[in-house]
Design a protein. Structure first.
Length: 270
């Protein structure tokens, strides 16, 4: 038989979280933690305080402790990533292109190729800016960036940065799903780093033979190359373009970004 609780046996609150599941004498019991009084109890002995350290060896973790859940709910996505995201600039004679990028691994910035180079209609690199630079959040110091490699079909470019104490952004281990909440951090409209939020309206849509995440976040010119971030503060894609229609903007999927970085690492190692 399975024995569960629908309320806290200590304070009566219905805000309880399953922490472990375990078997005993052919029955299934659960250990809980209350989100109101933070007390621990189980469905086996009801009012007896349940000590997780003494849980049976067969116990299986069901959820994170309440304090960890509260910490995630209070996560400030911008604070977690602001030291990893940069504004990107590139010059072509008298012309200046602005965009965004982020530290993807120690010593390297990831951005969109169109932020730092010119690409032909048939997806071939025509020109790379001879002066590419970036700035970190609320800092006046300018860092020169060196072009390393790019994928014109995916519109991704990797740049080398010489700086100390860099903080690479953390990549998610799973792709976003339709309906999930996302954030875009970048140099929106060229006015400096800020954060914009929205939803994933389509987790994968083919546009001109390339696959994109469709987002409702109102990204603007300057957001290109910045990270698309999930609720857990981890990178789930790279903002690439806006459709010109309100609520329809695009980002490069996580899998494509990771594949590009793996190829780039191989090139760097050669």
């Amino acid at each position: 038989m399975v024995f569960k609780c629908d309320k806290c046996e200590i304070c009566g609150s219905e805000e309880i979280v399953e922490l472990v599941e375990y078997e005993k004498d052919g029955n299934t019991f659960y250990g809980y933690q209350c989100r109101s009084c933070f007390g621990e109890f189980n469905s086996e002995s009801k009012l007896r305080v349940f000590n997780l350290k003494n849980a049976p060896k067969t116990a299986v973790k069901k959820a994170k402790a309440v304090v960890e859940i509260e910490k995630e709910e209070n996560l400030n996505v911008f604070d977690k990533n602001r030291d990893s995201v940069v504004t990107v600039g590139a010059t072509y004679g008298d012309e200046i292109s602005t965009g965004s990028g982020f530290i993807c691994m120690d010593g390297y910035v990831l951005t969109n190729l169109h932020c730092v180079g010119k690409v032909s209609a048939d997806k071939k690199i025509e020109n790379i800016s001879n002066f590419i630079y970036c700035k970190f959040y609320k800092q006046s110091q300018m860092y020169t960036l060196e072009f390393v490699t790019a994928d014109p079909k995916k519109d991704l470019a990797l740049l080398k940065i010489e700086a100390e104490n860099l903080k690479p952004a953390e990549f998610s281990d799973k792709a976003v799903r339709t309906g999930e909440h996302i954030y875009a951090i970048g140099n929106s409209a060229g006015k400096g780093l800020c954060i914009i939020d929205g939803l994933v309206s389509d987790e994968l849509r083919k546009v001109n033979d390339e696959e994109f995440i469709v987002i409702t976040a109102n990204t603007l010119p300057g957001n290109s190359g910045g990270p698309l971030i999930g609720d857990d503060g981890k990178v789930v894609g790279v903002v690439v373009a806006d459709s010109g229609k309100l609520g329809i903007n695009y980002a490069i999927p996580l899998e494509a970004v990771k594949e590009f970085l793996e190829r780039a690492k191989e090139e760097i190692a050669e």
